[in-house]
Design a protein around this ligand. Structure first.
Ligand SMILES: C[S@@+](CC[C@H](N)C(=O)[O-])C[C@H]1O[C@@H](n2cnc3c(N)ncnc32)[C@H](O)[C@@H]1O
Length: 300
C-alpha cells in the first residue's frame, strides 16, 4: 500500500456509533432522566410545532427515530388512532426500556419500541412517515442513517425532523459552552464516551439539504422555528442543567474529576452569564431556534 493510501486509511473517520451509543445508554441517559421535565418540556414546544405543521394522519404507520423516552411516540399514537401504528426506535436500551414501560402503563396498543442503531438496523416498515424530535443529529454517518430511514418509507413517504439551528441562535447552549471553555479546557485524552457529532451537526441548512439529497430524499424544505424554552425553574436549576447536558455538559463530563475544583468558578460564571434569561415568573427562559425539516421519499 502506498504511504498516502495508508495515511488516508489511518485518517479515515470512525463511522460506527458504538461510542455514542455507550454515551447515550449510560451517562446521558442518567442526565436526561434527571432533567427530563425541563428537557422534554423545552424540546416539546419545538416538536409540537412540527407535529402541528405536518400532522400524522389517522391510520398511518409512523417511525419515531431516536425516540428517547417515547414522549413523541405516544403523542403520535394519538394522531394515527387505533387503526394506525407507531414504532419508536432508539439505539440506547435504557431509553427503550423506559419508553416500553410507560407506554404499557398508558395502555397504548398501537405503540411498540425497538432498540436499533438507525444507521444500520432493519427498521421494519414500510412507514408512511418518519418523525424525529432531536434524534437525528448524532449519527457518525448521517447519509447512511437517513438512507436507511428513507428505505423504510413507502414510496412518497414523508420525513419530518426537528434539529437545532446554529449555536448563536441557541445562546443558552452556546453561552454555556463558551463560559465553560473559558475555565475548563477540553481534555485531549479521556475515558468517557462522547455523544457523536453533537447537537449542532444539522444546523447548516445547505449541509443538511445535501445530506438528505445524498440519502435519496426529495422535496426538501427547512422552516425556521423560534420558540423560547424554559431551562430551569430558577437559576440554580438552569446552571445544573447547562453543566450536565449539551456542549458545556460534555466538556465537564469529559474533564471529570480533573475539573471538580473548578465547578464553583463555573457556577459563578454561569450565574452571571445566564442572568438576562431571568423571566418575571422566576423561571429561566432562553431563546431557542430549530429547523423543522421535511422531505419525501421518491414516489417510486
Ligand atoms: C436528544 S435525544 C432526543 C430524544 C427524543 N427524540 C426526545 O425528543 O425526547 C437523542 C436520542 O437519539 C438517540 N440516538 C443517538 N444515536 C442514535 C442512533 N445511531 N440510532 C438510534 N438512536 C440514536 C439517543 O439515544 C437519544 O435517545
Amino acid at each position: 500500500m502506498s504511504e498516502t493510501a495508508q495515511d488516508l486509511q489511518t485518517a479515515a473517520p470512525i463511522e460506527d456509533n458504538e461510542e455514542a451509543i455507550r454515551a447515550w445508554d449510560g451517562p446521558l441517559y442518567e442526565r436526561f432522566v434527571r432533567f427530563r421535565e425541563m428537557v422534554t418540556t423545552g424540546l416539546g414546544a419545538h416538536g409540537e410545532a412540527a407535529l402541528e405543521l405536518f400532522p400524522p394522519r389517522a391510520g398511518e404507520r409512523v417511525l419515531d427515530v431516536g425516540c428517547g423516552f417515547g414522549d413523541t411516540t405516544q403523542q403520535i399514537a394519538g394522531f394515527v388512532g387505533a387503526d394506525g401504528e407507531v414504532v419508536g426506535v432508539d439505539a440506547a436500551s435504557n431509553f427503550i426500556e423506559t419508553a416500553r414501560a410507560e407506554a404499557a402503563e398508558a395502555k397504548l396498543a398501537n405503540v411498540s419500541f425497538a432498540v436499533a442503531d438507525v444507521q444500520e438496523a432493519d427498521l421494519g416498515g414500510p412507514y408512511d412517515l418518519a418523525f424525529s424530535r432531536f434524534g437525528t443529529m448524532f449519527f457518525a454517518n448521517p447519509v447512511a442513517a437517513l438512507r436507511n430511514v428513507r428505505g423504510a418509507l413507502k414510496p412518497g413517504g414523508r420525513l419530518v425532523m426537528v434539529v437545532w439551528r446554529r449555536r448563536t441562535d441557541n445562546d443558552w447552549l452556546y453561552r454555556g459552552q463558551t463560559i465553560v471553555e473559558g475555565i475548563v479546557s477540553r481534555p485531549e485524552e479521556y475515558d468517557e464516551p462522547t455523544c457523536g457529532p453533537g447537537p449542532f451537526s444539522m444546523a447548516d441548512a445547505d449541509t443538511t439539504s445535501e445530506v438528505l439529497l445524498s440519502a435519496g430524499f426529495q422535496d426538501i424544505d427547512l422552516r425556521r422555528c423560534d420558540l423560547p424554552i424554559a431551562i430551569g425553574r430558577d437559576v440554580e436549576e438552569a446552571i445544573d442543567m447547562v453543566m450536565a447536558i449539551g456542549p458545556a455538559g460534555e466538556i465537564l463530563r469529559l474533564a471529570g474529576d480533573r475539573a471538580a475544583d473548578l465547578h464553583g468558578e463555573v457556577r459563578d460564571a454561569l450565574r452571571a452569564g445566564l442572568a438576562d434569561f431571568n423571566a418575571p415568573d422566576g423561571f429561566i427562559r432562553a431563546p431557542a431556534s430549530t429547523w423543522i425539516v421535511s422531505a419525501t421519499a421518491p414516489a417510486g
